[in-house]
Design a protein around this ligand. Structure first.
Ligand SMILES: [Zn+2]
Length: 207
């Protein structure tokens, strides 16, 4: 597990070096006398502000950055790296009332047990977790009906998803269905997966 806070503050070369391990779980080191490939499977969790001052999109306080700054800031994270991040979610600021009055939420142990159950279902079905499904095995696992397949096709076209993005969204949809205890990936699972993938990107695109 790799946690990177303030993602946009890292050098672009450092960020783009994450592309290979995020894609195929390896890292290749090239030197004058040859190259070597090491296993480097990782789960990336990252956070960033929408601009350098942190208030872009907020009504109070307001962003004090120069007009071109938010767009320049979010572009520090390249499109190819974003394409390899499955869930991209924008989080609105928590109000003081929500902070002080909110309940404790669901216990982590309860969530962890639900995730473990869904993972066990995935491994029993395909012999591997959903995150490692590729090609025909991914399509077999999803068991898409006509409606779900059409929804995926329409969304991919309207949003402009890459082949990699479509496969990643399908893995997320398969996982959502597993968490809900469904054998077949349905339209709602596709919609949820694409929303989780594109939500944060819309805010970035608006910058
Ligand atoms: Zn700002």
């Amino acid at each position: 597990m790799l946690f990177l806070d303030e993602l946009a503050e890292f050098d672009r070369d450092v960020l783009d070096a994450l592309r290979q391990p995020l894609e195929d779980g390896t890292v290749e080191i090239v030197r004058a006398h040859g190259h070597v490939r090491y296993p480097a499977r990782l789960q990336l969790v990252a956070a960033m502000n929408p601009c350098r001052c942190g208030w872009y999109g907020s009504t109070a306080p307001v962003c004090r950055c120069p007009p071109t700054e938010p767009a320049r800031y979010v572009r520090r994270v390249s499109g190819p790296l974003l394409d390899r991040i499955d869930l991209r979610v924008s989080l609105p600021r928590v109000t003081p009332e929500e902070l002080l009055e909110g309940g404790p939420g669901e216990a982590s142990a309860v969530v962890a047990a639900r995730i473990a159950d869904a993972r066990a279902v995935a491994v029993a079905r395909s012999g591997t977790p959903n995150a490692r499904l590729t090609g025909a095995a991914l399509l077999d696992a999803c068991r898409l009906g006509v409606g779900a397949q059409r929804t995926m096709t329409d969304l991919a076209t309207s949003v402009g998803m890459t082949a990699r993005g479509i496969h990643r969204a399908l893995r997320v949809a398969r996982t959502i269905a597993d968490l809900e205890g469904r054998d077949v990936v349905e339209v709602t699972d596709i919609l949820a997966a694409v929303r989780l993938r594109e939500d944060g990107t819309r805010l970035m695109a608006a910058a």
